[in-house]
Design a protein around this ligand. Structure first.
Ligand SMILES: [Zn+2]
Ligand SMILES: [Zn+2]
Ligand SMILES: [Zn+2]
Length: 175
């Protein structure tokens, strides 16, 4: 299996995708190893490169007579701007950050379906008196109740800033 180092943004779902080839057959894969978008069943496909900036987001400014490079300006191609905003919004939905608060370690719980978003409680929805969580990624909608999480000794679930974490006593070195 070979893989190009290059990642691109999916045209449909704005995930980061990477082209992976095996036995002469290749496909675009996302970080959770899927070849299809969650919203709709179409396969991931790379966005076309921006014709103005080749997706660098910056355009070179050259001196009118010497053609020397004198600076950069942000690419203002509307499709390019729109894509960068979508990619930034998408990146903000990614839920991977671990935290230590006081003497506890907060491990992010990542969606079992899309492998990208986190879980947040569904307001007012309970299963057997316990909260139900829904994925925070746009277009995913995967739900899980408390029974989907295996808790070890001394572990509990907690919501911080609207995202679900598995909390356990922190036993690493103190800061
Ligand atoms: Zn996609
Ligand atoms: Zn551009
Ligand atoms: Zn999800």
């Amino acid at each position: 299996m070979s893989s190009t180092a290059e990642t691109r943004t999916c045209l449909h779902c704005a995930r980061e995708i990477e082209y992976i080839e095996a036995d002469g057959q290749g496909a675009w894969y996302d970080s959770s190893n899927r070849t299809g978008c969650v919203d709709g069943e179409q396969p991931h496909a790379p966005e076309p490169l921006c014709g103005s900036c080749q997706d660098y987001g910056l355009i070179e400014i050259r001196h009118a007579s010497t053609d020397g490079l004198i600076g950069h300006r942000p690419c203002d191609d509307p499709a390019c701007t729109d894509r960068r905003e979508k990619a930034a919004a998408r990146a903000a939905e990614k839920h991977t950050g671990e935290m230590v608060i006081g003497s506890e370690e907060f491990g992010p719980q990542v969606c079992a379906e899309c492998g990208w978003g986190g879980y947040t409680p569904v307001p007012g929805l309970y299963a057997q008196g316990r909260p139900v969580y829904v994925c925070t990624a746009t277009g995913c909608g995967y739900r899980a109740d408390v029974s989907a999480f295996e808790l070890g000794d001394g572990e509990r679930l907690a919501v911080h800033d609207g995202r679900l974490y598995l909390v356990r006593p922190y036993d690493g070195a103190p800061f």
